[in-house]
Design a protein around this ligand. Structure first.
Ligand code: G3P
Length: 213
């Protein structure tokens, strides 16, 4: 399983990229709005930082396929090597063709299967939001993964999204997600273990006792 970072904050993206753990970025209209910066410029800046797929979503107010494709082409043109166009899972969204797409807001296996057959490069099941309504989100990731594995002609990759904590990450890896897109805070949480902190302190104490600072 690979890691993408799920944010539009360029400082967080730079920090995660410097760690060497991320191979792409996902954004959405909410995440970009949080930064209060120009939509297209933010996507272009992100694409200049990370050498991997960068998902930029069509406008949250767009509902028809024709406009989605026009906006998608503009997003793709920002950086054709990196940009992937995020399209919501709707009948109109499924019609968008001719650009690499990440079909987002997936909440059922059938939605994922339709998106795959419509040619999406990625599907993004939102596990945290299913957990929020008392449905185990990880079951959806596992089911999609099992279905896609039954059909070798499906090359759509599963991006586990709406990841909220480190347990989600381990579960996604076990469930067969190709990618987990992770907020910066969760990447940091994944680095932590109390025994690691204790070990560092002990090495420091033993070293300085003999060799000084
Ligand atoms: O990748 C999708 C993500 O940004 C949504 O996360 O926590 O708002 O459900 P959340």
């Amino acid at each position: 399983m690979k890691f993408f970072i799920d944010t539009a904050n360029v400082d967080e993206i730079r920090k995660a990229n410097d760690m060497g753990v991320i191979s792409g970025v996902t954004t959405n209209p909410s995440l970009i709005a949080k930064e209060h910066k120009d939509y297209a410029k933010t996507l272009a800046e992100i694409a200049s930082i990370v050498d991997g797929p960068i998902s930029g979503e069509v406008k949250a107010t767009t509902t028809d396929a024709e406009t989605m494709v026009k906006e998608g082409e503009a997003i793709y043109a920002l950086d054709p090597k990196h940009m992937v166009v995020k399209i919501p899972m709707t009948v109109e969204g499924l019609k968008a063709k001719g650009i690499p797409t990440n079909c987002t807001l997936i909440f059922s296996a059938n939605q994922a299967l339709l998106a795959a057959r419509a040619g999406a490069a990625y599907v993004s099941p939102f596990l945290g939001r299913l957990d929020d309504i008392s449905q185990p989100g990880i079951d959806l990731v596992r089911t999609i993964s099992e279905i896609f594995a039954n059909y070798p002609d499906i090359h759509t990759q599963i991006i586990a999204a709406s990841v909220r904590n480190p347990i989600h990450i381990t579960e996604c890896a076990l469930a067969g997600a190709d990618i987990a897109t992770v907020p910066y805070k969760v990447i940091e949480q994944m680095t932590k273990h109390p025994l690691t902190d204790q070990g560092i302190e002990k090495f420091k104490a033993d070293y300085t006792a003999v060799f000084g600072a």
